[in-house]
Design a protein around this ligand. Sequence first.
Ligand SMILES: Nc1nc2c(ncn2[C@@H]2O[C@H](COP(=O)(O)OP(=O)(O)O)[C@@H](O)[C@H]2O)c(=O)[nH]1
Ligand SMILES: [Mg+2]
Length: 443
Amino acid sequence: MSALDTIFAVSSGAGRAGVCVFRLSGPDTRRIVEALTGRRKPKARYASLETFIGPDQQPIDKGLLIFFKGPASFTGEDSAEFHTHGSEAVIIAMSEAFLKAGARQAGPGEFTRRAFDHGKMDLTEAEGLADLIDAQTDGQRRQAFRQMDGGLRAVYDGWREGLIDALAAIEGEIDFPDEQDVPDALSHAAYEPLSRVILDMERALKDGIRGEKMRSGIHVAILGPPNAGKSTLLNRLAQREAAIVSDQAGTTRDVIEVQVNIAGIPVSVADTAGLRDASDDIEAEGVRRARGRAAEADLRIGVMSGDTLEESGHLTALLQSGDLLLLNKLDQTKFSGPDGPFKTFAVSAKDGTGFDKFYKALETIIISRFALTENPGLTRARHKDCTERAVSALTRGRGNLASAPELAGDDVRAALHAIKELAGEADIEAVLGAIFARFCIGK
Ligand SMILES: Nc1nc2c(ncn2[C@@H]2O[C@H](COP(=O)(O)OP(=O)(O)O)[C@@H](O)[C@H]2O)c(=O)[nH]1
Ligand SMILES: [Mg+2]
């Protein structure tokens, strides 16, 4: 990157706070630090207590200053942190001082973009950092940390090594063709490394669903006839009165959604309108939405009860293999549910009988289907897209090994280019712009 301007931003959270951290980065950092502290030649990576002074030479506040000399800094440029008190007035006065001294207010993600441009991190690490800032559950935090720490980079670096070996074998074949017969694909030196990378990529794609679910959360839909106790169950899962519970059928008419954290994974649980032949247009729309949710959800929880059995026919048709079915109101009537590929639990959503056993099963399903594996995975559609393109190029290349090694070479190069895009090394300005724009200001 050519000469950039010097940017500043409040990097700590908004609002009144004990301490506020300003970040400054760019070629004028040293001069601006000197202007705001009156101190010549700040010592790098050393915290000193300074009085920060404004353009009128009056003190604004007193706090810690840390100067970082590039490239040994987050952005790779000269940069500095000013720790001030976190009041609105201090923030305004400091911001004016930075502006007067020639710095510019940073846009979202601009510090991280500079770190990326200076080779301090690859794109997957920057994405991991963005996810870590947004993390709401422990699972999200661990996944984001792993990615920020180079987990995915290590994976694709391994792929890249395998492909470079394969390419060398293919090019050897082109430069020094076998005097005798052309060897068949299987005996080709590139066959084994290509196959290994393809297998590895396919495994990563299969696991990728977990990474994406961990980032975006999973969707669970509660379904059943009116009055079966769906809203009572939602409230128990949410541990609060999120939905209105009433013995009047058709009380829940729209989808009500609550966010819960199950086994470190963000789960959005949707309570839906009771499934029946609706008595009016609004209810009919509610039932239509309930069916939509059922189809889109990652997991469905069906609810039936002894007093609503005759209306349960709509329900079983919506349940899929691996879903859960609750036989509710155990305190009132015991009954056996229909047969199907789902796990059945007898509970009382109202008094909590049997709930723990059901909740354990729900947790186990969520962990086994969606929780993190040992391998750092593909966490975004972008990662999946690049990897899918690489796999299809490599599969084609492997088929070309024997008959057309030149084409196989091109295929491997296409796969290497897809990996470059994954890393953010290829020229993909539009993608970069979109990713960094979603960061917060000050990061
Ligand atoms: N006895 C008993 N009543 C329940 C139970 N669960 C829900 N109910 C009652 O059944 C009625 C309908 O419950 P609600 O949660 O609104 O059902 P929904 O229409 O499926 O959302 C309410 O009067 C609840 O108090 C239960 O486990 N036992
Ligand atoms: Mg309801």
